[in-house]
Ligand binder design. Structure first.
Ligand SMILES: Cc1cc2nc3c(=O)[nH]c(=O)nc-3n(C[C@H](O)[C@H](O)[C@H](O)COP(=O)(O)OP(=O)(O)OC[C@H]3O[C@@H](n4cnc5c(N)ncnc54)[C@H](O)[C@@H]3O)c2cc1C
Length: 481
């Protein structure tokens, strides 16, 4: 008989959270802390969603999405998780850019960017200050028609080099493009510029284990290998979910699954108004990614000044399409030095990440797919050679992940790394108006993606659920920092 992963679970609860990405985990924690009975179902055998890691023989532990987040994580983790989690957040000091237009190292904060823009890039201090102030003052309720390119053209006309410095990391951080609304850029960029780039010391495994402990202490019933197949609704709203063939009654559902999957697969389009479905169909998915994971021999390492995060590109100019192309010219290398996991084995790991299109990787034969992955690893070695000489001989383990890998492990439609484009946020927020008790808390809309964005979105949605279940009608405003 297959193992019953729901053994001992109650037949009914206040809230079912579908998925254990950072948004789902945070929502579950807040809901349980507020005294609600919460069942968290994760289809994978591990919690964390895209905030995940894997181990390989030789003591190597690879992090998938631990490359950098803004300082706001400290406050969010302290408030919504624990002081202990917040205390493990540390700054990355070596953010490097290397491309045909410029090579530099920065702490990636306003002060250092102002220095670079006024010296190396020769801009007027007043222009730089005005740009920073404009970006910082943007909020969700602003004009959403101005694009990021228009914002740049207003302050830095004709300065492709400046645009590259300002945009390349954000495109990498959340898949946004020059054609997206300027406010999505302004909010995310300003979040980073407040103090720089931060990571979680101890690795994603330590973070997720600490979160699991905290959730369980607060009473969440946490279940892995539990695939929610269906969300049942009736005229009044949410009725139950079907998970691993079992029906569990619930008053509310927080879906951390992909927005499109939530609407079209878990609930079903016949349960929504036609206009809403038209709007939902028009929501664009964000792009996916490829990654190459590389481990140095245990006794080997790279000099610290190689950087922590290196935005490298061989493209003469910055173009969003090039960042997605199969013909890779831009790679972001994350260097994990032994102090990433001070309590673990001393290892140096390198992860190369590149934005990618799902369509370029799906539908291949097994052989073509393996060959393409092999090419990806080989071309990554070629690119890394400039920063880690003789890397082919020094790397003892290398493997690749593609959009198909991300889809496989998270069920994200088309392997989307950052959920949906900006328009997904409105659709996500209006779910409870369509079906009382149905909520979505997961990557969407650029500002609500990434580690900080999804944690904050989980909090917002948990508060909405609490308001609903305690019969107050107020809904939370969109918080963006
Ligand atoms: C390569 C890469 C690098 C990244 N780097 C960074 C970075 O450096 N900094 C940063 O801030 N962000 C980064 N991100 C983005 C960040 O990881 C995500 O935005 C964030 O982790 C997503 O959280 P989420 O709450 O939306 O849920 P997700 O992580 O998308 O998880 C959703 C969960 O739901 C589960 N699920 C889906 N359907 C079901 C179902 N039917 N039943 C049960 N469970 C289900 C999935 O298995 C999954 O665990 C990166 C992403 C990628 C792909």
């Amino acid at each position: 008989m297959p193992k019953d992963f729901l053994k001992g679970a109650a037949d009914s609860c206040d809230v079912v959270v579908i998925g254990s990405g950072l948004g789902g985990l945070t929502a579950a924690n807040i809901l349980a802390r507020d005294g609600l009975s919460v069942l968290l179902c994760e289809q994978h055998y591990k919690l964390g969603g895209l905030a995940t890691w894997f181990k390989r023989p030789g003591g190597h532990i690879f992090d998938i999405s631990l490359h950098g987040f803004p300082y706001g994580m400290v406050k969010s983790c302290r408030r919504y998780w624990s002081q202990e989690i917040a205390d493990s957040i540390v700054q990355l000091h070596g953010v490097r850019f290397d491309n045909p237009m410029f090579s530099l190292t920065t702490t990636f904060d306003r002060e250092d960017f102002t220095r670079l823009l006024t010296t190396d890039f020769g801009l007027e201090l007043a222009t730089v200050n005005n740009f920073f102030d404009a970006a910082r003052s943007m909020n969700f309720y602003d004009d959403q028609t101005k694009t990021t390119r228009e914002l740049f053209d207003e302050y830095f006309p004709g300065r492709e080099d400046v645009i590259r410095l300002l945009m390349e990391p954000i495109t990498y951080a959340n898949g946004s493009t020059l054609e997206d609304p300027a406010l999505t850029y302004g909010i995310v960029f300003s979040n980073f510029m407040s103090k720089g780039v931060f990571v979680f010391q101890g690795g994603t495994d330590k973070l997720i284990k600490s979160m699991e402990k905290e959730m369980k202490a607060n009473g969440v019933d946490v279940r892995i290998n539990c695939d929610v197949e269906k969300v049942n609704v009736n005229a009044k709203g949410i009725k139950s979910v079907v998970v691993n063939g079992r029906t569990i009654e619930t008053k509310a559902v927080v879906s951390n699954s992909n927005l499109r999957a939530t609407i079209f697969s878990l609930v079903g389009e016949d349960k929504f108004d036609k206009d809403f479905i038209d709007e939902a169909k028009a929501v664009r998915l964000n792009n996916s990614s490829t990654q190459v994971y590389m481990a140095m021999a245990p006794e080997d390492t790279v000099p610290r000044d190689t950087g922590d995060l290196l935005f490298s590109s061989t493209a003469e100019r910055f173009q969003t399409e090039l960042l997605l192309s199969r013909d890779i010219t831009s790679r972001t290398f994350s260097f994990y030095y032994p102090d990433t996991r001070p309590a673990g084995k001393a290892r140096t790991l390198i992860v190369s990440s590149t934005n990618a299109n799902y369509a370029d990787w799906v539908g291949m034969t097994k052989e073509e797919y393996e060959t393409s992955k092999h090419d990806l690893v080989e071309t990554t070695f070629d690119a890394l050679e400039k920063y880690v000489p003789n890397c082919r001989e020094r790397i003892v383990h290398a493997e690749a992940a593609t959009p198909v890998t991300f889809e496989h492990y998270t069920k994200h439609v088309d392997g989307a790394s950052f959920g949906t484009k900006f328009e997904g946020l409105t659709v996500s927020r209006s779910l409870p108006e369509q079906i009382p008790g149905l909520y979505h808390a997961g990557s969407c809309g650029i500002i609500m993606s990434g580690w900080l964005g999804t944690i904050n979105y989980g909090v917002i949605v948990a508060n909405d659920v609490i308001n609903q279940l305690t019969d107050t009608s107020a809904t939370s405003p969109i918080a963006t920092t």
